[in-house]
Design a protein around this ligand. Sequence first.
Ligand code: DHE
Length: 504
Amino acid sequence: MRLRRSCLAILPLILASSPASAATTSPDLATTGQVYQTHCASCHGTQRLGGTGPALLPESLSRLRAAEAREVILHGRPASQMTGFATILSPQDIDRLVEYLYKPTATPPRWTDADIRASQRQITDPATLSDTPRHHANPNNLFVVVQAGDHTVDILDGDRFESLAHFPSHFALHGGPKFSPDGRYVYFASRDGWISKYDLHNLVMVSEIRAGLNTRNLAVSNDGRWVLVGNTLPAGLVVLDARDLSLVQRIDTATEAHPDPSRVSAVYTAPPRDSFIVALKDIPEVWEIAYDVASPPFKPRRLAVDSLLDDFSFSPDYRQLIASSRQAKGMEVIDLDTGALIKHIALPGMPHLGSGIFWKRHGRLVFATPNISTGLVSVLDAQTWEPIQEIQTLGPGFFMRSHVNSPYAWTDVFFGPNIEAVHVIDKQSLEIARTLRPMPGKNAAHVEFTHDGRYLLLSVWDPEGALIVYDSKTLQEIKRIPMNKPSGKYNVGNKIEFAEGTSH
Ligand code: DHE
């Protein structure tokens, strides 16, 4: 997937620029359907819902340009079972196949409770698992590193920066993997709807289930009992039992006013509230699902908001929701108890609030967010929500990270001609202290700190990329670990403590 020239705001255009969107009914496409069944269905499923290969539905392909899909069909995908068809299919067949894949299926795809249940797999017998770590690394300083290039994950010892385990993931993991409160288990979501549970004590995959056909992300309750999955296909919410990922409840996102279920933008856990918070994509509502209940079914509390929310974050006490809205052109602070709009802040770029972070500046809490349509980091006072400063960067950024023990906040340049640059911002002066270019021409993006904040890991997001370890104070490079498009990485201790400077 190449997002270099694009950003959140233009992603729908990528979909719109894909070949037509009428259902697959014309005689030509019926013939192409036969080509699909002959050559593709064994891996991608007769209904295009996926199998050993990923789903090939318009929703699954929305982030891949048609020309790239054509390349993959022609020449295959390195480090995967997808072989090229250049010598098997004619160029015309391949063109028609691409067109076919970007059209909705003749029968809308379904994924029922029975399908979810049938997909569940217990991969390792829990009776064989040790309750204490079977490795000698500090369990609170492990990193989970996602490699988007070959769809694998590394578990890294955060003291020695050495890999303890390397294993394949489902196709296209996205969003932050989420941890059980004790840090023993990590839960992954793939864009194709697969949820996997991995044991960091025993370094084995425990179980998996397909909760949907197209998933946004997942959240784990603060008591470790429930996993909530937000889906765009079929639109809605799915609650899983965190022990074995079995299906507990499907929560419909239709309302009286909107009988078609809303797609889900994102789900998060709000530990001080003992609840999940859900942002809906098609209905101007935020839902809260209390999980400190004796037993399911869970019932959402619905909060009407003024506009559709695109992206959000929370105040550290989880009393306020900080949301960006394309409709409202800016950022809104909403009281999570009453739904009241506390403040509307017009911001020049499109803030990427999911990556926003807090830190103390001269004793006062500030909130900083990158913008994905403008080269700016917006810094606001987190008590009054008044803008303090706009820090000019070399291009729109995607991620931001810091640590309570670091004098710096790091932000990338994800779009435009300067993607190789990463900015190191002085948290007190709000000046850019350094701009690093670790691998010329290659996108440097996404940072995560060790648990003590002494070092940080930076991804160079390229097939011939690397994970680069820096000293967080001197900014000296300590180690370079070659990797295939390392994307996000997550420190167990920072994540389970919801540490200052990390995303949710
Ligand atoms: Fe993400 C997190 C939404 C495109 C890499 N991204 C998230 C989260 C959301 C989100 C809601 C928080 C989930 C969580 O932590 O559980 N992302 C979106 C989009 O709406 C968008 C713009 C379009 C889309 O197709 O979904 C989008 N995201 C991308 C990418 O293209 C990225 C760069 C590559 C990829 O893997 O798809 C990407 N998103 C990430 C990463 C995180 C993430 C690495 C976790 C960040 C973290 O530090 O927690």
